[in-house]
Design a protein around this ligand. Sequence first.
Ligand code: PEP
Ligand code: MG
Length: 315
Amino acid sequence: AAATRVRHFDGTGRTADGTHIQLLANVGDPKGAVAAVEVGAEGVGLFRTEFCFLDRAEEPTVDEQTEQYLAVLEPFKGRKVVVRTLDAGADKPLPFLTDADEANPALGVRGYRTAGRHPQVLDHQLDAVARAAQRSGADVWVMAPMIATAAEAAAFVALAGEYGLSTAGVMVEVPAAALTADAVMEHVAFASIGTNDLTQYTMAADRLLGDLAELNDPWQPAGLRLVRLTAQAGARRDRPVGVCGEAAADPVLAVVLAGLGVTSLSMTPRAIPDVAEALRSVTMDECVRLAGLAVDAPDARAARDAVRAELPTTL
Ligand code: PEP
Ligand code: MG
């Protein structure tokens, strides 16, 4: 059988003039972690822990969770792994955490919001993440999904701290969190922008509906403006701000995100070499200029066309 060829990159994402943009992997299981190491990812920018338990009717025990997380963390000894707490609900229901009868699950009790009803599930998970972190020797960062307010961010960071998880942050994927990013950043060590949900909520277009794909496009200037607001707020407080939505895997959009001020990009492992190549082809000044073209464009298609026209056609 033909060997699967894995393209590598040299291990550090950089623009042509040397600005470091960390290139990280999105993973959901140990297989994904191995793929991330093979491709040369600098670490994991999004570990979707809910993927470990999608078929489970009952909450997994702390011991069981610890083993599952450990299997993903172990290949990343000494390296950064951003563990996201359970993002249950909407497109990823977990029977032990979410209510199947909501009329609008995308606007419902999902992600961090489930902690209001089931606080012990978040407690148990943070306990397991802390145990796995200690055993693995990975540099574990922890973040909560679906944060809408600075108060939620503060509560999550405080709770994570109780388990010894000192590098705690939030996903910015609700427009309210992006619009109040300065207040959110006061409480967190970092933020990671989820462009999949941020686009869906900005455009009021269900990400699961193919008919709305044109609206639900990460190139929408409205969403890019929220990315910029968030990155700027992070820069003011010296907090790293990454992107971990699918947008980060588009090499041309990755250049724009870097220009908007994002400091890391996390994506499916196989996209990393192409994104690395795109970043190497442009200076940071060019990224900033191209980002300006995109945010000032009238719509997603115009934004994409304007930026593409300025870059080599091979990207
Ligand atoms: C996102 O919303 O962009 C994200 C990374 O999270 P998920 O796709 O798991 O909702
Ligand atoms: Mg999301």
